[in-house]
Structures are given as structure tokens and as C-alpha cells.
Design a protein around this ligand. Sequence first.
Ligand code: BTN
Length: 262
Amino acid sequence: MEAHQADRGGIIVLEETRSTNEELAALARSGGAGHGTAVRAVAQTAGRGRRAHGWASPAGGLYLSIAISPRVDADQLPGLPVACGLGVIAALDGAGARGARLKWPNDIVAGRGKLGGILVELVQAAAGPIAVCGIGINMSAPSHPQLEPGALAPVGLDALSPVGEPVDAEGLAPLVRDAVLESCARWADGLGPGDAPLSSIVQDYNDVLAFRGDSVRVAPVDGDAYDEGVLIGVDALGRAIIDRPGGPLAIDASLASIRPRE
Ligand code: BTN
């Protein structure tokens, strides 16, 4: 790890690194990170996104990774990224950036633009598994975005009408860290043995689900063909429920993504 310092709220801050998820994963493997340890970078040179995509990370955005010791059954872990996402929405709300939503499965959106993303990676540490929850938030819209086909255009936090003083990445980081830890604790505490991964937070998820009730296109991750229907909501297994003429469809997040119809 390069030169670091303690930030406001005890977050490890790096000026520049490849990826805060890589940094925190290495720290966790060496026994140097426990539940709640957080690493923020001012800029990342090899930021990682979901599905092996990159994450553009110029200075100015929020790049934060938080270690979480998940106290749930292994088959309930798929609920963790959503619990993180609900924490991020709560933190934004608390910072006066109201109206952010979760696009299934767990992109953070403002209107029809992508405001942020979450990448959760599991690390085996000597003391047990640690989930590295990486959160990226655009504080302002990138000037030259590189868009994947069908992806939502990136937008910045300034796309949401601010209430009160605007917040920067340094100010937002401890709010996000605290809200994510609180949301993950609530998620885990509400689950009993054998419960579906999202049963404790499915209502909250549906309350902030973007494009709910809207016509959407369902695109398989490995092909061009798509289906269309109305997004009804998400179930306790984290599947998107799409209403379409042939009857409702429950889609697993590993198989497809959705996008609003133009
Ligand atoms: C996505 O593809 O939507 C997820 C993007 C996650 C980006 C964040 S930025 C902080 C952390 N470090 C990384 O390399 N990735 C995550």
C-alpha cells in the first residue's frame, strides 16, 4: 500500500491506487482489515466494475471500499450488495442528495443516469471470510464517458437537487461507510436460518427500485436478443419480476440486465 493517512472518521486514504477493492482485499488477506475497515482513494488507475468492466476513476469521484464480516449463511450472501446499495441511498439522502434509486440489481441511479456502482468481492482471511464492498460514485458527470452498449449514461451527484450544503467525496465517505455498515447489520440481523437472501430488506429494495412500473427491455448478459415487459418489482431471491404478454417472468441477476425503454 502506498503512503496513506487517516481521513475524517478513520478511513484510510490513498492519493492514487489501482483499485481500493484490491488494496482492501490485500489488507484483509494479511490480517490487517476487519469488519468496518475502509479505504478511499482520491483517484484509481485500474478501477474495477462488475462483469469484468473497468470503472473510470479520475480525481473528484468517490472511490471507497468497506470490509464487512458477513454473519449470514453462505447462500444468503447474494443479498449483501443490495444491503450495501440501500446504505448508499440512505447516506446520499442524509447528505441532502435526495431521490437516488437502485436499478436492479444494484446500480445507483439518478433519473435515467448512472450515478454509481457497487462491486462486492469475497476474500478468505485467516479469521474467516470478509466481503470487500467497493462503492464508486460520480460527484460530477465524466466529460468523456466510455459507454458500454446499452449502458445508462453516467451522471453526477449534481444531477440531484441538493438540500443544504453540497458535499464532496471526502465529506461523503464517512457518511457512506456508516450507513452501509448500519444497513448490512439490519439486513443480517433480520435473517434467520434458511431465509431467502433478501427477505429482511425486500420491501425497502422495492421502495427505492428504479423503473418500477415502467416498460423495460431485458437483455441477456451473453447475447443481443431481448424481451420486453413491465418491471413489477424484485422478489426475496433478488430476481426481477417482469410482466409480459406470455405471463410473468422471474429473472436471475446473473443472467440478464434491464434498461428502460427509450
Ligand atoms: C459497477 O460496475 O457498477 C461497479 C463499480 C464499482 C466501482 C468501485 S470504485 C471503489 C471500488 N474499487 C474498485 O476498483 N471498484 C469499486
